[in-house]
Design a protein around this ligand. Sequence first.
Ligand code: DQA
Length: 145
Amino acid sequence: ASLLVLHGPNLNLLGTREPDTYGHTTLDDINAELRQRAAAAGHRLDILQSNAEYQLVDRIHAAAADGTDFIIINPAAFTHTSVALRDALLGTAIPFIEVHLSNVHAREAFRHHSYFSDIASGVILGLGAQGYYLALEAVFSRLGD
Ligand code: DQA
């Protein structure tokens, strides 16, 4: 199958960004692990990190055209702000899992609301980088592997 991982703003700073909250694993480390696991399971995996909302919206639109079967997305700060990204996912109807490294519910009140959780297939949060790998496992089982 064709899988897409989307990382939102500031996740390019992982490893050095607030390590007490987000850990020491870099985005390259996470992406390498995801690529290796997807390849081992025989799936295609594309990954995009962007700090620009429109690039994430455009990539979701492209995913509808390129036959993407499942999306894993950490919308980062856009989680709490982006009706545009929510509408892009609703508009393409591609199933997705929402991932957060930190436990957003143990943090500031403005992080408690997500524009994605009510329309996600599932949500994983608070487990650090492992959350992405667990999301990938969940996608595999939903695809019937
Ligand atoms: C985050 C949580 C968001 O509140 C924050 O804006 C991020 C990262 C996480 O993975 O824990 O940038 O999505």
